[in-house]
Design a protein around this ligand. Structure first.
Ligand SMILES: Nc1ncnc2c1ncn2[C@@H]1O[C@H](COP(=O)(O)OP(=O)(O)OP(=O)(O)O)[C@@H](O)[C@H]1O
Length: 302
């Protein structure tokens, strides 16, 4: 991938935004904490309807990038648009309207420990749709629980009573509570055993296809990249140094990319993907009483 390949054709991007084909547009982003500059002149487009994997070494600013897109981190410089709307300098009403369009699964699930799973899922419903009655809120929570492969019995449980895999799904159910168009996942498979991680990946792909979601997925999990990501953006040197399919990334000369994808773990992920064959066509959402398997191993420290 040459610099020319990486150059962005702004006219085409504007056209794509108008056509609803670009979900997130970032230009010239700069973030810093005191003396530490995390991002400098970072550009990125997330295409509508794709799963974009975001990778980079520890501390390269993946989570800060996510926080910038959802307005939790005010950048020093740069522009961020979500579905064609700038996220900075907006009125409260505009911010709420935009926030309704995304859901976030933060690292570790970030569930409220004093609330049950169903109550956790109800939090965004209460915040964004305060007029919804209790019964409907409960029904929506029950639906989201089923939708993410959790058993119905998980609803009245507290996060501490769940396995690591179930907690992730509960976090996913909360992220999907208000039917977002855009889903942010921050290391969703971290701490899951390989079977739980693969099952979570499959659930993510299934939901993305069924609901037509755009997914921004931060991960260190090479299996996830190979199994479900349409494209991958690589963060290094304070910016996105490359974005494309894994095949396209492998054609780049960048040493970090080569080491990452062609190192022993990268090669293992390729052979795992080959032995599993092509990604499967997603089945329908679970029906009553059905639940996908969840990673039952307790979460380990990352
Ligand atoms: N609120 C903050 N105050 C000061 N520094 C911060 C803050 N948030 C992030 N940083 C710093 O910004 C850098 C990027 O952090 P970030 O969490 O985005 O990295 P990351 O790429 O997600 O890392 P990892 O893969 O380890 O999760 C780190 O050096 C971190 O210490």
């Amino acid at each position: 991938m040459s610099d020319e390949d990486l150059a962005i054709d702004e006219e085409k991007v504007e056209e794509a935004i108008r056509a609803g084909e670009i979900a997130v547009k970032i230009r010239g982003l700069r973030n810093s904490f005191g003396e530490q500059v995390v991002h400098e002149n970072l550009d990125l487009d997330v295409r509508a309807g794709e799963i974009l994997g975001v990778v980079g070494g520890s501390g390269t600013g993946k989570s800060v990038l996510l926080r910038s897109i959802i307005g939790l981190q005010i950048p020093d410089e740069g522009e961020i648009e979500v579905f064609g709307q700038p996220i900075i300098n907006r009125t409260d009403e505009e911010t709420v309207a935009l926030r309704k369009r995304w859901g976030v699964l933060f690292q570790g699930g970030a569930l409220f420990s004093t609330l049950t799973v169903a109550e956790n899922i109800a939090v965004p419903l209460r915040e964004f749709y305060p007029h919804i009655g209790n019964k409907l809120r409960e029904d929506i929570a029950a639906y989201k629980i089923r939708m993410t492969g959790l058993p119905a019995e998980a609803g009245p449980k507290y996060p501490s009573e769940l396995s690591g895999g179930m907690r992730k799904r509960a976090g996913l159910a909360r992220a999907l509570a208000i039917d977002p168009d855009l889903l942010f996942l921050d290391e969703p498979t971290a701490g899951l055993d390989p079977i739980g991680a693969a099952s979570f990946d499959e659930q993510t792909r299934q939901l993305q296809q069924t609901l037509g979601l755009t997914v921004f997925l931060i991960t260190h999990d090479l299996d996830t990249l190979y199994a479900i990501c349409d494209r991958v953006a690589v963060l290094a040197d304070k910016k996105v140094i490359a974005v494309g399919t894994i095949e396209e990334l492998l054609a780049t000369e960048h040493p970090w990319i080569q080491e990452y994808f062609n190192g022993p773990r990268g090669r293992a992920a390729v052979s795992a993907q080959k032995s599993h064959g092509e990604p499967r066509t997603p089945p329908d959402l679970p029906q009553d009483g059905e639940a996908d398997p969840v990673g039952d191993t307790p979460e380990k420290d990352d």
